[in-house]
Design a protein around this ligand. Structure first.
Ligand code: CA
Length: 253
């Protein structure tokens, strides 16, 4: 499997005073290039007032980058889980030892491409999607209370989208000493497929179908720009972060 291109964009939005989202592509400097080696894409959406959220999401991305190696492809789920645990403890430690950061936390959604393997690790309400000619599929499950109510059938999609409590999470990094990580193994990736990783600042304003159309129409970086622009046109109430990944044609053996 070859990643033919990738893109990334993070925007503070139109309302917030600070961008509490963080994002990374590892190894660093790999973004936008054609790669046939292993790559890691990660977004984090911090929470906690007055600089705490930004601190939490930055720590999560940094600790992930330092602790997770995407090669070899064997054993990625265990190593990914361990890196999430390291990030969880690092955020928690910083929050506990600094009164100004008390109570902070963050989401973390990661996609790993290594050899023929695609995996995802996830905590919180940021999202990973697979997009292909067949449609768009959300790979991750939101760990928000409103999403849980939606899964139980207590709310409609429309009610969930506009619910005032929709950003309340029941699972986030940095909140407890242990973290339960959703790890998705053996994700299908065919030549021409795209993947998208984003924070809720995008998905609160842009529908799945709009994401699919833009990602299939544009190259990876242009898709990120257009998606952010669309969220801004619709109010940009939150920080907006998006990454896109395009799988290239099959390599000749
Ligand atoms: Ca957010």
């Amino acid at each position: 499997m070859v990643i033919s291109s990738s893109g990334m964009k993070s925007h503070i939005g139109l309302v917030r005073e600070e961008n509490q989202d963080s994002a990374g592509i590892f190894p660093e400097g790999a973004e936008g290039t054609t790669m046939d080696s292993a790559l890691v894409f990660a977004v984090a959406d911090g929470m906690g007032g007055h600089r705490g959220g930004r601190e939490a999401s930055q720590i999560a991305i940094r600790v992930l980058g330092e602790n997770f190696v995407p090669e070899p492809a064997d054993g990625i789920p265990d190593r990914l889980r361990a890196a999430f645990e390291a990030a969880n403890l690092a955020v928690r430690e910083r929050g506990q030892t600094n009164p100004e950061f008390h109570g902070m936390g963050t989401t973390l959604t990661v996609m790993v491409f290594s050899g023929d393997t695609v995996c995802a690790g996830h905590v919180g309400d940021s999202r990973a999607y697979r997009i292909s000619s067949d449609g768009i599929v959300q790979l991750t499950e939101d760990h928000s209370i409103v999403a849980e109510w939606l899964r139980k059938g207590w709310l409609t999609e429309e009610q969930a989208r506009n619910h005032p409590e929709r950003s309340l999470l029941y699972r986030a990094l940095g909140v407890g000493s242990e973290i339960s990580v959703d790890v998705y193994e053996n994700i299908t990736a065919r030549p021409g497929d795209r993947f998208l990783v984003c924070t809720d600042g995008l998905t609160n304003h842009v529908t799945d179908e709009e994401m699919r159309e833009i990602v299939m129409e544009e190259d990876a970086q242009e898709a990120c720009e257009r998606l952010v622009d669309l969220a801004l046109e619709r109010g940009g109430h939150d920080n907006i972060t998006v990454q896109t990944i395009e799988i290239g044609p099959q390599q000749r053996g």
